[in-house]
Write a protein that binds this ligand. Structure first.
Ligand code: BYC
Length: 474
């Protein structure tokens, strides 16, 4: 399906064939650009950034690289190729043709899901807007901006669905997406994690590792949707999302490598000694992992959810890679899930599988998160140290779901409430940790140079060397 780059809004949805929709989106476009100027990346708007832009949606060559000033980025509307005769793959409507339009009875639920997804995209750009001023290298600066422009495009993806399929309500929701702001006490973003500040690069890498990975699993669930335009738009978003998680995984991996170099040179893993050399000690990394992992777990919703059961039954939202499951109806099956027993311990509860969909998806996510941990721990072992980074228990520091507020240690052990409250601050980044991390954040903008707390990447972007001038500052 050809991509039309001639119009004001690049697209492969034949926008010029629907004048009303085109006009409505062209009306929204300057608002988006105003938002980008006010709340997008601070500084660097006039810099030439070596960015990839989507030029086709097929598996080959959808990315074209070149220097672009961010405000000139061609944010467009791209849906994956339609699958001929696609049928609904799960739930009560299984086997029936997928829907090109929203059925009236599911309008409110679908709008809510699309708005929640859409809200996260500009939120993340807002959260990260000041990071350019303290980039560890031009390579990293470019990656930050790549992530930012693509999150902006993902907002376009959701706004297109709202405008094209939800009439006046959809247009109003699209406006609201630019009025809510991350961390705004009066008008916050919808989901908790998207109101957390990201004002240092360690948090950025944690966010792209843990929170963008929630994005991967939510998008995979939507890629199964019976509402075909949603499925197709999310399939395409997933191809872009992969790079965001790459940034997180390699970012943390490079920090670990640099820390290990310092530990080896010193012959100790003593945090103070490591810090004295300007690297980030492993216990501090663990505290950041504890924070961002637990926050991201909340994004899957409650362990038992009638919302999730309804979405599955109706065909609105499936499980990630639904085809890999045997039973797509889940009518008479049950799952055993761990819940607080009310007396400080853990009990097992049997719940209908449909009500446990959030927990099933969270379980897949946790396994995926563990892959990076294994890789980093291997590096630590190879360097001759027996320290280990770990994922805290899924019951630790939850604010959503059955474990919300439960006093549980990072290793999963239930504990007395007052002891938990006293110990919790020590398991999370402390004020001292934050002050130390912030003290490391100084912009390094000479091509090929790296800040002292992070190792260089193994290779550059698009076959270019690491010392390529990824951002031309003028
Ligand atoms: N914070 O039945 P429950 C991404 C609400 S990330 C605040 O447990 P449900 C990205 C919930 O809305 C992916 N509120 O949950 C990453 C409900 O409210 P109401 C984003 C929360 O509905 C990085 C109530 O609690 N996409 O793309 O089964 C950079 C009880 O809900 C939270 C999506 O999330 C929370 N953490 O599932 C850029 C997909 N969790 O109805 C982008 C769309 C729950 O009582 N969203 N609540 O007012 C959904 O599918 C579902 O809304 C959720 C919740 C999975 C979030």
């Amino acid at each position: 399906m050809a991509v039309d780059y001639k119009g004001r809004i690049p697209n492969n949805v034949d926008l010029s064939g629907d004048r009303r929709l085109q006009r409505a989106l062209e009306h929204w476009q300057p608002r988006f650009l105003n938002w980008w100027t006010e709340l997008g990346p601070e500084g660097y708007q006039a810099a030439d950034v070596y960015l990839r832009t989507a030029t086709a949606v097929d598996a080959r060559g959808w990315a074209s690289f070149g220097y672009v000033r961010m405000p000139d980025y061609r944010w467009g509307i791209f849906l994956a190729e339609p699958e001929q005769d696609r049928t609904i793959g799960f739930g009560d409507e299984m086997g029936k043709p997928v829907w090109p339009e929203v059925p009236g009875e599911f309008r409110a639920a679908l709008r809510r899901l699309i708005v929640t997804q859409g809200d996260t995209e500009p939120a993340s750009v807002e959260q990260q807007r000041r990071l350019g001023n303290s980039c560890p290298s031009l390579y990293d600066l470019r990656n930050l901006f790549q992530v930012n422009v693509e999150e902006g495009r993902h907002l376009w993806a959701m706004v297109y669905l709202l405008h094209a399929h939800f009439g006046r309500d959809g247009r109003e929701e699209a406006e609201e997406l630019l009025y809510r702001h991350s961390g705004d006490p009066d008008n916050p973003r919808i989901l908790t994690t998207f109101n957390e500040p990201i004002d240092d690069w360690l948090s950025f890498f944690m966010f792209t590792y843990f929170t963008d990975r929630d994005g991967k699993y939510q998008l995979k669930s939507f890629a199964e949707s019976a509402f075909d335009p949603l499925a197709r738009t999310c399939s395409f978003m997933l191809t872009e999302e992969a790079h965001h998680m790459f940034v997180g995984e390699t970012g943390i991996g490079r920090i670990v490598r640099r820390t290990l170099e310092v530990m080896q040179a010193l012959g100790t893993d003593d945090p103070d000694a490591v810090r004295a050399q300007g690297a980030i000690d492993l216990p501090t990394l663990q505290r950041y992992i504890n924070f961002w992992f637990s926050s991201s777990l909340d994004l899957f919703g409650s362990e038992t959810s009638s919302n999730a059961a309804t979405y599955f039954a109706a065909g609105l939202k499936g499980r990630p890679d639904e085809a890999t499951f045997e039973d797509h109806l889940c009518l008479d099956t049950a799952e055993r899930i761990a819940v607080p027993d009310g007396a400080g311990g853990v009990a097992e509860e049997e719940v209908p599988t449909r009500n446990a969909m959030n927990e099933i998806t969270r379980g897949l996510y946790v396994k995926d998160c563990a892959i990076g941990m294994t890789r980093w721990n291997r590096t630590i072992k190879r360097a001759g140290f027996d320290a280990e980074l770990f994922l805290p228990s899924t019951r630790f520091r939850r604010t959503i779901g059955r474990w919300a507020g439960a006093p549980v240690a990072p290793d999963g052990a239930p504990m007395a409430d007052d002891l938990y409250r006293r110990r919790l601050p020590g398991w999370l980044p402390t004020d001292g940790d934050k002050a130390y991390i912030h003290s490391l954040m100084h912009a390094v903008t000479e091509p090929g140079k790296m800040a002292g707390w992070i190792a260089p990447p193994a290779r550059g972007i698009d076959g270019k060397p690491v010392d390529y001038e990824y951002v031309k500052l003028h």
